[in-house]
Design a protein around this ligand. Structure first.
Ligand code: FEO
Length: 409
């Protein structure tokens, strides 16, 4: 990858994580990769906004890209650390060893983290105040506290003259970036659809828990004229930044409900008895014109289930009882939905209760604080009979009625 000019003397540095076995944050599969972007302003004082992770050869790659504008690590005078998560700060320790002069601008909460994560003393940092402006030649950098987008210490940097927002995690997405299509106006319609899906999955995996903070942050940024968004993951939005802002507004809004009139069905089956009604569930939803997304656990990745569940107003779970409780892989899936605060959903559950029963009670206890409206459930012992299927059908029709009423068009 080469250094890319954004505008005037502002440049993008970028690497893609392309190892298909790599798990982002140690959890999330990224089969289509992810980019990590930093931004360089070549001015009377050289500014670097966000670094990269210290994996693969990424620090060397950033350094090599900086060579493209004849700057080395030691030439950086100001380092802006919008966020301390190691995908952006992993290089900090080595960077600061090579460059002992750069002044670090970050939030007050980030100052102790410089030492904790990278052994960088607080004396090297200037803690910004919200709205503070730093003039660097022809560039006016304004810093905004935007806590929890994505961790508590995050901030964003806004270049006032050119109306460019360096948003770090916000407005980001999964997906590797092509060398020749780094801006929204260089990306095909098909790639835009790809990045939209990758932005949703990134949001659901990384940011969703903090949606109330995203809504607050968006309100705060609402007062800014934004002509370009330079995120730390994903493409640069210079033609129509409103597109990605609208996506994020919508994703964050799903936390308040209702989300889209769609249903995510997550199912497990030990011996096929719970699976026997799966087609009935899918066909009923389709007949009612409700898009349905089906996942099996174990098997399907939680990162994909989360994205689908986040976007769907309806959730249906099918799982048998296992040792008086829910089938364990489903319990794990539901716990993850709780962690990510997947809330304001219309919910239904079904399953075979085998010997003892207990899954329904476990399900209800475990999801008590989820903010889910559990509209019904249906269980049977062993294999479902025709009568069970007819009763399920009736319960599902009532579920569809409620979901449609919940998601008016
Ligand atoms: Fe891309 Fe929260 O770091």
């Amino acid at each position: 990858m080469h250094i890319k000019n954004v505008i005037d003397d502002i440049y993008r540095l970028s690497v893609n994580i392309e190892d298909k076995n790599y798990l982002f944050e140690g959890i999330w599969p990224i089969p289509h990769g992810i980019s990590i972007n930093g931004y360089l302003i070549k001015a009377e004082k050289n500014v670097l906004i966000d670094l990269t992770q210290d994996i693969f050869n990424f620090p060397q790659e950033f350094t090599h890209q900086m060579d493209g504008v004849t700057l080395g690590v030691e030439d950086i005078d100001i380092l802006v650390v919008n966020h301390m998560e190691p995908d952006h700060s992993g290089w900090l320790r080595e960077f600061c060893k090579k460059n002992s002069k750069a002044v670090i601008y970050c939030t007050k909460k980030a100052v102790p983290l410089l030492n904790a994560f990278a052994g960088v003393p607080a004396e090297r940092a200037v803690a910004i105040t919200d709205g503070m402006v730093l003039e660097v030649g022809d560039y006016e950098l304004q810093f905004f506290d935007t806590p929890n987008i994505h961790w508590p210490e995050t901030m964003m940097t806004y270049e006032r003259k050119r109306k460019i927002l360096f948003s770090c995690d916000a407005f980001g997405s999964y997906g590797s970036i092509d060398e020749d299509a780094i801006f929204d106006d260089q990306v095909s319609e098909e790639r835009h659809a790809f990045f939209e899906e990758e932005a949703l999955r990134y949001y659901a995996n990384i940011v969703a828990t903090f949606s109330p903070f995203v809504l607050k942050g968006l309100e705060k940024l609402g007062g800014l004229a934004i002509e370009v968004i330079c995120p730390s993951h994903g493409i640069i939005w210079r033609d129509n930044p409103a597109v990605i802002i609208e996506h994020y507004q919508r994703y964050a809004g799903y936390s308040k409900g209702p989300a889209e009139r769609e249903v995510t069905v997550v199912w497990s089956s030990m011996y096929g008895n719970t699976k026997q009604v799966l087609n009935l569930v899918i066909e009923t939803l389709r007949r009612r014109d409700i898009p349905v997304h089906v996942f099996q656990v174990p098997g399907d990745e939680i990162g994909y289930i989360l994205a689908s569940a986040w976007k769907s107003a309806g959730l249906i779970f099918g799982m048998p009882t296992y040792e008086y409780k829910m089938f364990p892989p489903m319990a794990h899936t539901i716990d993850e939905l709780m962690v990510k605060k997947v809330t304001n959903k219309k919910v239904f559950r079904f399953g075979s209760f085998g010997w003892s029963g207990g899954a329904q009670k476990d399900f209800e206890t475990r999801t008590e604080k989820a903010g889910w409206d559990i509209l019904g459930h249906y269980e049977w012992q062993g294999a479902p009979t025709e009568a069970d299927k007819a009763a399920m059908q009736q319960a599902l029709e009532a579920y569809c009625d409620a979901l449609i009423a919940f998601t008016p068009r």
